[in-house]
Design a protein around this ligand. Structure first.
Ligand code: FVH
Length: 312
């Protein structure tokens, strides 16, 4: 096993492979980050090429896709074929499996999968739904996509990192789920920050208030499956708290924020969306009707609606 990239995540990945007994070669752009891993038995390669040549499976986890392309010698997007930097690993990938666990977009994943295939490499893309200390535990979820045969061949090895889940042949699917889950997470964090800043404006300690936030959010989470059902069925009529009422009440969130000296920058987009919902005659619908308004290209995807034209 080779691990390229020894940031916080790459070190955790390499450590988990070592813990599972896999001989592991590591490489990082800036030398000096492999010390603890070599003490535990890893081999530190002098170059990326040496690291790739060392193993049939190469896991890469660096900052972003530009870094991935730089390390692998893959031309940057929109640069003509064959313009990879000299001295790169490009020619060495044939016959190996490249597992890219770097965060990126579905488009970036699909483009890199195409490039890897041109190099004669098998490719899996992955999204890590965990922070470094979780790696190696069952709570660490590794979403994978790409060839099912390639996944099956390496599933056991990859399970050293946590619970691995294959989402299908399309290399972009893992990134799509990863980005969607992170979007949900940041929405939740944003709400929490706003709540803590609000009570903090009257000196309520965050630690005192947070248990209430947690139980409130847990109660609200139970409504998500019903919202999902409404979205899939394109029927948002069942509602105890219609969108029009919520648009009215939401004004209070903004006014109270201003009164308390708390920025409303995180709330304003939701307020604007609620009012767009009312303007689109969705006031009697459930809040879940807002999901339709978020799609800027309604013709795209499995949930395209016949009545979308009116919602833009
Ligand atoms: N850490 C986390 O909580 C999250 C959890 C979910 C997944 N993300 C993604 O994992 C990727 C790596 O994240 P990281 O935590 O390891 O990030 P850093 O500690 O900042 O390390 C970055 C590594 O990337 C290397 N690097 C950056 N640019 C280049 C480049 N042009 N060429 C080669 N390597 C590059 C950097 O090398 P160096 O600066 O030490 O030389 C580090 O090894 C990331 O996609 C997260 O979104 C982590």
């Amino acid at each position: 096993m080779t691990v390229i990239g020894l940031g916080a995540m790459g070190r955790a990945l390499a450590g988990a492979f070592l813990d599972s007994g896999h001989p592991t070669t590591v490489w990082n752009r800036t030398a000096g980050k492999g010390g603890e891993l070599t003490e535990r038995g890893a081999t530190e390669a002098a170059t990326a090429a040496e690291a790739v040549a060392a193993s049939p499976v190469v896991v890469i986890c660096v900052l972003d896709y530009d870094a991935v392309r730089e390390v692998l010698g893959a031309p940057a997007r929109n640069v003509p074929e064959g313009s990879g930097a000299p001295g790169t690993v490009t020619g060495l990938l044939a016959g190996r499996t490249l597992v890219n666990l770097t965060n990126g977009t579905p488009r970036q994943a699909r483009e890199l999968a195409r490039w890897a295939s041109e190099q004669g490499a098998d490719y899996l893309d992955g999204g890590i739904m965990a922070v470094p200390p979780m790696i190696g535990s069952p709570g660490s979820l590794i979403l994978c996509s790409g060839s099912p045969e390639t996944f099956t061949a390496h599933e056991r090895t990859l399970s050293a990192l946590g619970t691995v889940s294959h989402l299908g042949e399309d290399a972009g699917r893992a990134a799509l789920y990863d980005i969607a889950l992170l979007s949900a997470m940041y929405g939740m964090f944003g709400g929490f920050f706003q709540a803590v800043a609000m009570v903090g404006s009257e000196k309520v300690p965050a630690t005192e208030f947070t248990p209430l936030v947690v139980s409130w959010l847990e109660a609200m989470l139970t409504s998500l499956p019903e919202m999902a059902k409404a979205y899939d069925a394109n029927d948002h009529s069942a509602t105890a708290s219609n969108l029009g009422m919520q648009a009215e009440a939401f004004v209070n969130l903004l006014d109270a924020g201003r009164d308390q000296g708390v920025s409303t920058e995180l709330l304003e987009p939701m307020g604007a969306l609620l009012h767009r919902g009312v303007a689109a005659n969705r006031g009697d619908d459930d809040l879940s009707a807002l999901i339709d308004l978020l799609r800027t290209n309604p013709a795209r995807g499995a949930n395209a609606r016949s009545n979308d034209a009116g919602s833009e």
